[in-house]
Design a protein around this ligand. Structure first.
Ligand code: CDP
Length: 217
């Protein structure tokens, strides 16, 4: 079973994806980490004419070890850099195979990101599109960063998330929208546990419907 979990920054998709993976005993890939790792690799070239070429080269030779330093990769600044490399078509292309190989391993997988249901796994068994309003997302991200000891300027963070959303939405090479067959889950008012219960209910229902469809055909 392949489960695709998409949604904007700090919508809770990563936490949900990890919860679903634990529940169904599937491996989980946070695809944002790939873009973050590429962004981090070229941080020194930000705002220089070499940024794009360096980012493509970094994406082409990215390996799993680069994803291990999650403390470095999950800073707010790494998120901004990620969204800058994510608009480069050749970077997306270079990261496609990595994601596709992960998704198609025997037994299945859970992947979370922006374009899993639309581009990476349009054939996923279950697609979830997670949303939450901007203020709730900012507050969640602020608490996440504070829990790690970072000092957070909530006003700046709110604008950073909005700016990143805008760049993501306008990405000409992205597929950052809800797939027609994705289930929308609004987590604005939901605790992590309630959101996970709702997501599991959607997965179980979808798989049961599919099994029913198969046995009656
Ligand atoms: O956790 P959060 O939603 O803040 O960010 P993330 O999922 O780690 O993604 C960071 C950035 O990488 C996003 O703002 C996108 O620009 C990019 N990204 C992407 O283009 N495609 C994906 N499948 C995942 C992330």
């Amino acid at each position: 079973m392949i489960i695709a979990v998409d949604g904007p920054a700090a919508s809770g998709k990563g936490t949900l994806a990890a919860g679903l993976a634990a529940h169904y005993r599937l491996p989980c890939l946070d695809t944002g980490l790939l873009y973050r790792a590429v962004g981090q690799a070229v941080a020194l070239f930000e705002d220089t004419p070499f940024f794009e070429d360096k980012a493509i080269a970094a994406a082409l030779c990215l390996d799993a070890a680069a994803l291990e330093d999650t403390a470095l990769l999950t800073t707010a600044q790494a998120g901004v850099l990620a969204s800058k490399v994510a608009v480069i078509a050749q970077v997306r292309q270079a990261l496609f195979d990595f994601q596709r190989d992960f998704a198609t391993r025997p037994g299945g997988a859970v992947l979370d990101g922006r374009d899993i249901g639309t581009k990476i796994c349009p054939d996923a068994d279950v697609k979830l599109f997670i949303k939450a309003d901007s203020k709730a997302r900012m507050e969640r991200r602020a608490r996440q960063l504070e829990a790690r000891g970072e000092t957070v300027d909530r006003y700046a963070l709110y604008h950073q998330i909005e700016e990143r959303d805008a760049r993501d939405m306008l990405n000409p090479h992205g597929g950052f929208y809800k797939a027609d067959d994705a289930h929308l889950l609004d987590t604005t008012q939901l605790s992590i546990e309630a959101a996970l219960r709702a997501a599991i209910a959607i997965v179980d229902r979808t798989m049961a419907l599919k099994a029913g469809g198969r046995s009656s055909s």
